[in-house]
Design a protein around this ligand. Structure first.
Ligand code: NAX
Length: 328
């Protein structure tokens, strides 16, 4: 297909944008034969910095990049886009309560949801990365009622990739041996990286890593706390690995999933596994290249259930804190 895919990226002059845009333009997201046009959305004060990023995109002479639209206008930015990657948001500052952050960012996502509904292509799909990503996605989705709910996604792929890497290291196997890693719930420190159903070279993880205390303890907490560990080490939050996870998320949605495997992304709950309908929740999913389906029929043991209950309770609490941003 030689018609370019139009991809909007908000927060395009930020850290993640600086890694992400070049990967998209090089063909990593949609493949080596698919041209793209980038719509780069920023707030007014960041436009000079964005201009520098546009100059660097020009200087890469990417064969697949057929246009760049840098803008602070949401209407222009989302016009005709097939994908909207919502990365930009306001970071939490010292002294700011979680509720304040939810409110500030929530308002941004009302406007973005409305602008996507008004301007985007009829096949638009959305991936929310800016935190708190599940609840930001919930707000945007509910403010764009004409867009089918199955177009909305929020990102837990970085968590999945972190979990895979920890399991591969512990088992001393190549990263490609680790499959079927599901992350459940909220992209936050309550998320549950599910080792019970994960596989190493086709065998259950618990048959390969015979250290239940590690799996139930340090494994889960190291994945949950990895973002904080990166900030401590690097003095800045994960950016290249986050951008890589955006590429993986979209590629895994638009391409068929390998037989028997699954991946993790937050989508609108249909009530599967008893999770409240409508919550944007991370599930194990499979794609046929066109549509995602939640993997059904996994047996959830009491340990996993209690972890899932905790993270779902947090999602419900976030939803209740932003109830005034959700149209009735
Ligand atoms: P930066 O602060 O480097 O960049 C954010 C950019 O967004 C800035 O350039 C800012 O001007 C822009 N921005 C702010 N409000 C905007 C608006 N209303 N419209 C358009 N642009 C706007 O942050 P960065 O490190 O790039 O991270 C971006 C977001 O990703 C943060 O919310 C961060 O918490 C979140 N993350 C989410 C992850 C996930 O797995 N879901 C992992 C990585 C990352 O922590």
């Amino acid at each position: 297909n030689t018609t370019p895919i139009r991809v909007a990226v908000t927060g395009a002059a930020g850290q993640i944008g600086y890694s992400l845009l070049f990967r998209i333009a090089s063909g990593a997201m949609f493949g080596p034969n698919q041209p793209v046009i980038l719509h780069l959305i920023e707030i007014e004060p960041a436009l000079p910095a964005l201009n520098g990023v546009v100059m660097e995109l020009d200087d890469c002479a990417f064969p697949l990049l057929k246009g760049v639209v840098p803008t602070a206008s949401l209407d222009e930015g989302f016009r005709g886009v097939n994908w909207a990657l919502l990365v930009g948001s306001v970071p939490r500052k010292a002294g700011m309560e979680r509720k304040d952050l939810l409110g500030i960012n929530g308002k941004i996502f009302i406007g973005q949801g409305q602008a996507i509904q008004k301007n985007a292509a009829s096949d638009v799909r959305i991936l929310v990365v800016g935190n708190p990503c599940n609840t930001n996605c919930l707000i945007a989705m509910n403010n764009a009622p004409q867009i089918p709910k199955d177009r909305w996604h929020a990102m837990t792929r970085l968590d999945e990739n972190r979990a895979k890497s920890q399991l591969a290291k512990k088992a001393g196997v190549d990263i490609t041996a680790v499959t079927n890693v599901a992350v459940w719930g909220n992209h936050s420190s309550t998320q549950y990286p599910d080792f019970v159903h994960a596989k190493i070279s086709g065998k259950g993880v618990t048959d390969v890593i015979k250290d239940e205390a590690w799996l139930k303890g340090d494994f889960i907490s190291s994945v949950q706390q990895r973002g904080a560990a990166i900030i401590k080490a690097r003095g800045a939050s994960s950016a290249a690995s986050a951008a890589n996870a955006v590429v993986d998320s979209v590629a895994s949605i638009v391409n068929p999933t390998a037989p028997g495997d699954w991946h993790s992304v937050c989508i609108h709950s249909d009530g599967s596994y008893g999770i409240e309908k409508g919550l944007i929740t991370s599930f194990p999913v499979r794609s046929d290249g066109k549509k995602l389906e939640i993997v059904q029929g996994l047996a959830i043991d009491p340990f996993s259930q209690s972890k899932i209950d905790t993270t779902i309770a947090e999602l419900k609490e976030e939803k209740s804190l932003v109830s005034d941003l959700l149209p009735k």
